[in-house]
Design a protein around this ligand. Sequence first.
Ligand SMILES: C[S@@+](CC[C@H](N)C(=O)[O-])C[C@H]1O[C@@H](n2cnc3c(N)ncnc32)[C@H](O)[C@@H]1O
Length: 398
Amino acid sequence: MITLNNLTKDSISITLKCFFGFEDTLTEELTELGYKDITKLNRAVQIKGTWEDVYYLNLHTRCAISILVEIAQFRIHDEQDVYKKAAQIDWTSFFRSNQTFAIKGAINSSLFKNTHYPFLLVKDAIIDCFRDKSMDRPSIELKTPNILIDLYIRENMLTLSINTSGAPLFHRGYRTETGSAPLNEVVAACLIRLSGWDKKTTFLDPFCGSGTILIEAALLAAGVPSSIERQHYAFKNLKNFDQKLWDKIYDDAPKNARVLPCRIFGSDIADEMVLKTRANLRAMSFGKLIAISALDYSEIQKQEEDIFILTNPPYGQRLEADELDLYSGIGDWLKNTMNPSTTWIITSNEDGPKSIGLRPGKKYNIYNGDIPCTFRSYETFSGSLKEYKSKANENTKS
Ligand SMILES: C[S@@+](CC[C@H](N)C(=O)[O-])C[C@H]1O[C@@H](n2cnc3c(N)ncnc32)[C@H](O)[C@@H]1O
């Protein structure tokens, strides 16, 4: 029988799931956190580690959506094999009958006509495991289960894992207020990393909405984990939960930042959004250090220092003519007022960026949740290109 105790050895297989296109970004983050031997998968990366790593990474990753610990991997030949393999696991060693559970995951296999069926088979195996030991059967709770099991079948390989995060890690615990089109927190953190912001140059989001980009930038610059406000982690519901180990990891994490290494500021045309950003910032130790104003982006004046802009202007699936004007206005404002600056824009529409009238430096195709987007960079500078390049070279040398 496979028990939870089998998974207390030094090299458990840990899978960190991420959004499409951010596998390299997550790999870079893990490398910075000191991890080696990282295997890149599709929408995930994998490492070997311990339960300490599982707790630590749940708190410290900004770029992963959830963290799975593999229970077992089996080769299957037909549908009924799913039940037989899941029945080899002693589920009573993982959780108690008074706890709730759910099974989620993905089935990419020609063995199944109905992709819901394997989930039912695993559910039956779990319930039968409790019944066979004359224990009460645990209940299923799809929304907020105590225990979340991950089932992944790719052709004839079946992997069963425990999702140690539970609710996805973009539930950071800091955002109580949102607008109608908030950026996903994990996407915001990944974009900041992808942009290569140096955490020293002044940071601006002129379309800040409820402030996600500004808050993730400030947390990164302050070295405070993005999930520091989050209370819920599903690993706390497992039978092997080590409260002392978790307390140590949590206590060791930086929580407060009374100073930031650079100026971070933002604005939005809508008073309501400015109030929401301020409300979200209130819980942060550095909240008061981030100035938020109610302004049309074009009212933001030239700054004395170099500016790094990372922003998510409004976009519909199909832009109306006045929204195209907005993008061409942004281009003019960048050229005429925000120079020198490095600007990164995430948008779901191809037409908007074409109206900006600046040649993008880099371009990535990414997803904000399930919305396909592009993420492009633009450089603006005052004086000639030659002067700008030689100044940039000097800065790199110093
Ligand atoms: C896609 S939302 C930004 C969402 C934000 N990233 C978040 O996570 O909440 C775009 C924002 O642009 C603001 N906006 C629209 N036109 C603007 C303008 N001309 N100047 C400044 N902000 C504007 C909207 O009020 C909206 O909050």
